[in-house]
Ligand binder design. Structure first.
Ligand code: C2E
Ligand code: CA
Ligand code: CA
Length: 723
């Protein structure tokens, strides 16, 4: 249309009356009248997406308009005819249009410009491309009209703007990103952001057009090339090469995109140095002790496993040394934790300084250190190092101006002899360390299966012992004590037994020393006192024998425990049968300990009405003067002297001397362990007051004792002489 000359004179009117047209099967009307042709052209003109108007050159009157053109200005195809541009076009658009209109007329060539048209419905403005085509009359060499064409550009302009905005955003993002970003096509670099330039130490200028793979470490290029040729979005960890030759770990993420329809790739290079450093730091922290910087238990375990593998293949031995500082807790509590920490650091340094580079040292926490010695030929190698370690650790350290020395106890386990797994080796080195401590500390000990087994048995026993009271596994036996001259029953000694769930009946020697070591003797002793009181009361209520004293053995720990006297007082009150039934047996050794305190306690007990008996007399070498000062009622001649009576002269001499001594001090004297008639006669002859032993009766259970009592003949004089 734009090129077809337009003759306005042929438009007779603007009536849209259209003649019926015969459509041919192919849609092309073969022969049309002029009117028919014109009508058809109008229809076509209304259906093109173009606003078209034809204005007279001189008056600017509209001579023709298609529908969209007329509507754009608020008219229809008919009402717009004959109106000038000034009448049609809003004032904001008019000056430019008139100017271009004139230009087109005078130049005789089409002119074109863009303008914004207000939408008739008040919607957003529309971008229009305005084209003014002069309708030249070839004969007169001048134009008689101008065809005004408006072409809507809004959509293109919008798209363009959106694209420009997004490109701007991308560009800004690229510039600001801390991650390296590269655009490349066919493997050649098209653009890179500053972060990328910095990663590589190159200027953008130097990189443009160069192969991207040049930036990758040579041995990694193959992998990255595979990534770049694939069509999926993928990422790999790889190494960049900086201009200075250093290698930088990055995550390489590649994306396929399009630019102006052409395929383009974008790669993101994420610097992994910080992440790797953080991971390494975490790894380090997990395997090291913060105070000393030495490997911790976890770190040590992996070293041990590693060295075990080496030792196995080299067929050499490996020594595991468990080092524990003696009394470190006490030091820590007295000098404070800061000084304690300082001491630990020094110990760590000293241990490290004693070792070869192939040796390993770790801190297990607290004051426990571990040393690994590979390539050990025999025990002497280890002893040599243990000695060096001891000397180094024990050297005094200056703490707040005072020289302080801590000694180490060292337990040693050898691989493969003492264990095949890291856990077993450490456990055995630990056990050996405890053995070193048990042997007086400041020493070393090799792991020993037998010793460990008995130590283990004790440990088990100890655990069971602490539950024996609640499980009701203890029982008392009673061994009668009779008057020598007539055999009258005067009392019993209570002797404890443990009915062990697996090992059967245990005598005191099998568990009392252990109970003493672990302070279990205090509750056990209390149980014995209560059980003795219960039985004493029972006999009194039954009227079986009166007066009947019950002798209870005391352990050192029990006697020295705070509140012991008060507990006895309470017991006597609770039992409610008076106080003259209770006798306490203390060994001669117990009385020698801390004299003023012992005397005070004994006096307090005496004041309660309790009798005091000195057990195992003759074995403790106590001075007579000392004994005289103590409130004592009774002496028990130790079994070892009675055993060889009457033929052993020394035993006989000692026994008679003790009896004489007791007499002199006005004390009752008892012989224990009386088994034979000859012993009994000797003791009777020398004036021993009372007798106790198998010859009279073995220790009896409660039921056995009560039966023994009731079956005794009434005339005891006979018994004492004849049995
Ligand atoms: P002990 O106080 O010298 O007790 C006497 C020990 O001699 C008892 O051993 C008794 O069974 C044993 N015995 C009795 N008659 C004879 C005899 O004719 N010949 C020989 N060879 N031995 C005789 P048991 O009952 O094994 O007690 C051993 C030690 O255990 C006791 O020695 C005592 O020191 C301690 N003990 C027993 N019961 C208790 C208790 O309840 N508390 C405390 N702390 N120690 C106890
Ligand atoms: Ca005793
Ligand atoms: Ca005794």
């Amino acid at each position: 249309m734009m090129t077809a000359p337009f003759d306005p004179s042929s438009t007779s009117s603007t009536s849209s009356a259209s003649a019926p047209s015969r459509s041919e099967p192919n849609g092309c009307p073969p022969l049309l009248s002029e009117l028919q042709q014109f009508t058809r052209l109008r229809q076509l003109a209304n259906s093109v997406p173009l606003l078209m108007g034809y204005h007279a050159a001189d008056t600017t009157y509209c001579l023709y308009a298609n529908r969209s053109y007329a509507q754009a200005w608020g008219y229809d195809e008919t009402s717009i005819i004959g109106l000038s541009l000034a009448q049609i076009v809003p004032p904001s658009l008019l000056p430019r249009l008139i100017e271009q209109f004139e230009l087109a007329l005078h130049s005789g060539t089409a002119s074109r410009y863009e303008d914004l048209l207000d939408a008739s419905d008040g919607g957003p403005q529309r971008s229009m491309e305005v084209t003014l085509v002069p309708d030249r009359n070839e004969q007169r060499q001048q134009s008689c009209g101008v065809l005004v064409l408006l072409h809507e550009l809004t959509r293109y302009r919008d798209t363009e703007r959106v694209m420009a905005e997004s490109e701007g955003r991308l560009a800004r993002f690229m510039q600001a990103s801390v991650e390296g970003i590269v655009f490349h096509r066919d493997g050649l670099l098209l653009d890179a952001n500053p972060a990328c330039c910095e990663l590589l130490g190159q200027s953008l200028h130097a990189m443009l057009g160069r192969p991207l793979l040049d930036a990758i470490a040579p041995e990694q290029r193959h992998r990255v090339a595979q990534l770049l040729t694939g069509n999926q979005d993928l990422s790999v960890e790889t190494l960049l090469v900086h201009r200075d030759g250093s290698r930088i770990p990055v995550e390489f993420i590649d994306r396929a995109t399009l630019q102006n329809g052409a395929p383009l790739r974008m790669s993101v290079l994420r610097d992994l140095r910080d992440r790797h450093a953080a991971q390494a730091r975490l790894q380090y922290l997990a395997h090291h002790d913060a105070l000393t910087g030495l490997p911790n238990r976890q770190g040590f375990m992996s070293q041990l496993e590693h060295l075990m593998v080496t030792a196995r293949s080299a067929q050499t031995q490996l020594a595991v040394l468990f080092i524990d500082l003696d009394h470190f807790k006490r030091l820590n509590d007295s000098v404070g934790h800061a000084a304690g920490d300082a001491q630990l650091k020094i110990v760590a340094q000293r241990i490290s300084a004693c070792l070869r580079t192939s040796d390993r040292v770790a801190r297990f926490g607290g004051d426990e250190f571990m040393v690994l010695l590979p390539g050990i030929r025999d025990a002497r190698d280890v002893i040599h190092v243990a000695g060096k370690l001891q000397a180094a650790v024990a050297a005094p350290v200056d703490i707040e101006g005072r020289p302080i020395s801590v000694t180490p106890s060292i337990g040693i386990a050898l691989f493969p002899r003492d264990g095949e797994s890291p856990e077993t080796l450490i456990k055995h080195a630990d056990t050996a360390m405890h053995m070193a401590k048990a042997h007086g500390r400041a020493g070393y000990a090799f792991f020993d299966h037998e010793v460990a087994a008995s130590a283990y048995a004790n440990l088990v026993l100890e655990g069971q012992l602490s539950q024996a009271i609640t499980h009701g596994e203890f029982a008392l036996l009673f061994q009668p004590q009779i008057r020598t001259i007539d055999g009258v029953l005067l009392g019993v000694e209570a002797l404890i037994r443990w009915h062990h769930p697996e090992r059967g009946l245990l005598t005191p020697d099998e568990f009392i020393p252990l109970a003493e070591q672990h302070r279990l003797m205090v509750p056990i002793g209390a149980w014995v006192l209560h059980e003795a009181a219960r039985c004493a009361r029972r006999w009194q209520v039954l009227g079986l024998a009166q007066p009947l004293s019950v002798a209870v053995n005391l352990s050192t720990m029990q006697f020295q425990a705070a509140g012991f006297v008060e507990s006895v007082q309470q017991l006597l009150q609770d039992t409610g049968i008076g106080t003259d039934w209770l006798e306490l047996e203390l060994t001669e050794r117990m009385l020698m300990d801390d004299v003023p305190q012992v005397r005070q306690r004994l006096e307090q007990l005496r004041a309660l009405g309790v009798r005091i008996s000195v057990d195992d007399f003759g074995t403790g070498y106590s001075s007579l003067g000392h004994l005289k000062e103590l409130p004592i009622d009774k002496m028990k001649i130790d079994r070892s002297f009675v055993k060889d009576l009457p033929y052993d002269r020394e035993s006989a001499a000692i026994t008679s001397a003790i009896i004489e001594l007791a007499r002199g001090l006005d004390l009752t004297v008892v012989a224990e362990g009386v088994e034979t008639e000859a012993q009994r006669q000797f003791l009777a002859r020398h004036g021993c007051d009372q007798l106790q032993g198998m010859g009279i009766s073995p220790p009896l259970s409660l039921a056995q004792f009560e039966h023994w009592l009731s079956s005794r003949p009434a005339d005891l004089t006979l018994l004492s002489v004849n049995t």
